[in-house]
Design a protein around this ligand. Structure first.
Ligand code: GLC
Length: 474
């Protein structure tokens, strides 16, 4: 009996030794540096299932709203240019003074229903709300840390809860942004304002006392989240980034994680391109471009460089035609209002999408490419020495099985010529024509010519739908 127990415990001990040796080998065989781009994105059936809604959605609303909104780009009577949500760092505002802003934060005009309705009217399918930005101030009712909107402001409400509920009422996916690395309120956050990585702060303490508990609150208190949008992981190691992704996966396996969760160490669902950055040509894999209605994320009263509805539609279609999603930011005021002219412009985008959404939602990239522009044969970038890319903006193409959508931004009357069409065009019509009156098509091989009305029926862009039989090659 004794010897049986002994041999079992011996076996267990050697199994556990073997397991730890294996674990060590695993650790050692992991590549030391960032994963190559192709391996960074999850690629399996579970990923395909959870990202299906996002591939369909294409267009989302980003909302940067926080204590910085009370300053709106101005400190001590001076304009502080640039990203207004960075005002504390840019104007070197001491934390105690910045903290005082909470006492003034009283957004009496906030109405979650109105914001979500605006997103819906704009044709957006998800909302990404900044739950905590780099200033460390939680815009929701956090029990893990008292520097939050409910504890510190006279308003005492939880806008994240109200937005999550409004989103649920309108079938909009509610998502959160969480600054997991930068936290200027926490001396232990690695990239704390005045410290670089390698300083003596205890990131583990910040991570376990604040960041992970807050992420847990967001993942457990606000219903199913469409995605968690992480940001600015510079300086974080693999070991510091992985627990954030693990927590999301363990609490909400259907929730997406963007690539900014790490500096290339941690598998994620899609790639976030640089701010405002739309690739010049097709880009593979799931990706998004985050962009702004004017030039900054947080409310900035001096920045009047608003994108017109035409520009927003062009950017959205441009992104979709290259394979991505467009996440467009609004920066509400401290009163809780999405500033003019955003509502008007976004609603104009929404009416265009009402007529032409079939050519955006769920669409894949263009089978062509020449319409995006070309490298200049002569001009070179002085920095890289590479040819400069000259973008063309006359038209874009998006696609679904058996259908090509030609978005004509510059009207090409009397006819539009298209080369490289793979299959027989069975039918062509304007997408916003309820009668689907056929457009005359002439096709020779893969060259197609379409006869168009003299004037563009839509001042933003008219979409021509081509129904194509790929099995039938003329
Ligand atoms: C940048 C900025 C940040 C903003 C984000 C949105 O990383 O630091 O303020 O939230 O971009 O993409």
């Amino acid at each position: 009996m004794n010897s049986a127990i002994q041999s079992i415990s011996c076996l267990l001990a050697s199994l556990s030794l073997a397991a730890s040796a294996l674990a060590q080998t695993n650790v050692q065989t992991q590549p030391p540096g960032p994963l190559p781009a192709a391996e960074l994105l999850e690629n399996n059936p579970a990923h395909d299932a959870r990202i299906a809604w996002w591939r369909e959605a294409k267009f989302g609303m980003f909302i940067h709203w926080g204590l910085y909104s009370t300053l709106a780009g101005e400190w001590q009577g001076k304009e502080i240019p640039g990203n207004a949500e960075w005002i504390m760092a840019k104007a070197k505002i001491p934390m105690p003074e910045y903290e005082n802003l909470a006492g003034e934060f009283n957004p009496v005009k906030f109405d979650a229903e109105e914001w979500v309705r605006l997103a819906k009217d704009a044709g957006m399918k998800y909302v990404v709300f900044v739950a905590k930005h780099h200033d460390g101030f939680a815009m929701y009712d956090s029990k893990a840390d008292d520097f939050n909107i409910v504890s510190r402001t006279p308003w005492k409400r939880d806008p994240a809860k109200e937005l999550a509920e409004a989103c649920a009422r309108h079938q909009i996916k509610f998502c959160v942004y969480y600054s997991h690395n930068l936290d200027w309120h926490e001396p232990n956050a690695t990239a704390s304002r005045d410290k670089g990585p390698g300083s003596d702060c205890d990131f583990g303490k910040y991570m376990h006392d604040k960041a992970l508990p807050q992420l847990r609150e967001l993942l457990t208190g606000y219903g199913p989240l469409g995605l968690v949008w992480f940001d600015m992981a510079g300086g974080m190691t693999r070991e510091q980034s992985q627990p954030f992704a693990d927590l999301v996966r363990s609490l909400q396996p259907d929730c997406l994680i963007n690539s900014r969760v790490s500096k290339g160490f941690v598998k994620c669902d899609y790639l976030t391109k640089g701010d405002h950055s739309i690739p010049t040509q097709h880009s593979l894999g799931d990706w998004e471009t985050p962009d702004t209605m004017n030039e900054t994320w947080g409310c900035q009263k001096f920045d009047k460089n608003w994108k017109s509805p035409d520009q927003v539609v062009f950017n959205l279609v441009d992104v979709v035609s290259k394979g991505g999603n467009y996440l467009l930011n609004v920066g509400p005021t401290a009163e809780g209002v999405i500033p003019a002219p955003c509502p008007e412009y976004l609603r104009a985008v929404g009416s265009w999408l009402k007529a032409n959404g079939e050519a955006v939602y769920g669409c894949g990239q263009s089978p062509f490419g020449g319409e995006m522009g070309a490298e200049s044969p002569t001009e070179k970038d002085p920095k890289t020495g590479k040819p400069v890319f000259i973008a063309a903006k006359d038209w874009r193409c998006t696609a679904k099985p058996g259908r090509l959508y030609l978005h004509l931004f510059k009207w090409p009357a009397p006819s539009f010529e298209l080369a490289g069409v793979n299959g027989k065009v069975r039918k062509a019509y304007l997408l916003d024509d309820a009668n689907r009156t056929p457009i005359e098509v002439r096709q020779t091989g893969d060259n197609v010519s379409l006869s168009l009305p003299e004037k563009s029926p839509d001042s933003i862009a008219t979409v021509v739908c081509l129904e194509v039989d790929e099995a039938d090659r003329p």
